[in-house]
Design a protein around this ligand. Sequence first.
Ligand code: PGA
Length: 240
Amino acid sequence: MEIKVFKTAEEIGSAVASIFVDEVKNNPSCVLGLATGASPIPTYKEIIKAFENGGITFKDVKTYNLDEYCDLPKNDKNSYYTFMHEQLFNGLDILEENVHFLDGNAEDSEAECKGYDAEINAAGGIDIQLLGIGNNAHIGFNEPADSFTDGSFKVKLTDSTIEANKIYFDENPMPHYALTMGINQIMAAKKIILIATGPKKAEAIRNMVKGEVTPQVPASILQKHDDVIIFLDEAAASLL
Ligand code: PGA
């Protein structure tokens, strides 16, 4: 694991965005695994700035998002579909048919997950996977569990995750289920970038980097990937 510590979330955003911009310039039909939450927002702002400055196109880029809530309309203001369009896709020339999400409203969630995994494989796998980390060390919505998960699946969210994310829900209650990529699937990405800022993440970061590899600390599996860069601010790095 390579660990980089920055002073501000904005500096992290610039550094991570330049990795994505270089990838898209070098490999215009790359496959990106993307994340929602507060952590990637500065990165997405910087990617849009780079696009506006010219010399880069996202027309052939394919994206696959990590996760999506169940039982929330696709266009709800709190869906991850809406988040990604507002924070990133609407600012780029990316094609709608090239952005992919798990359908949290699919009647047969197992078939939906299998189809999503097959699509990612058919696209050649993920070149760069962006991750945040939960206060409980979840990645995607892989919550602490008795075993590491494989492909995409339907998950019951933990109280810790509901507590952390319910602040975004004022009209509809926060869903208690989601579809998420699985751990082995995340580990199959060629390169992984994880961003964490703020003191609430410090313990999860310490457990991820220094603790044993255990499904009770889902992000600890990243110790076994050979191309992971962790971007932290000083508060998130404070227990290392
Ligand atoms: P955050 O969420 O970026 O909003 O902190 C990260 C996560 O829960 O994975």
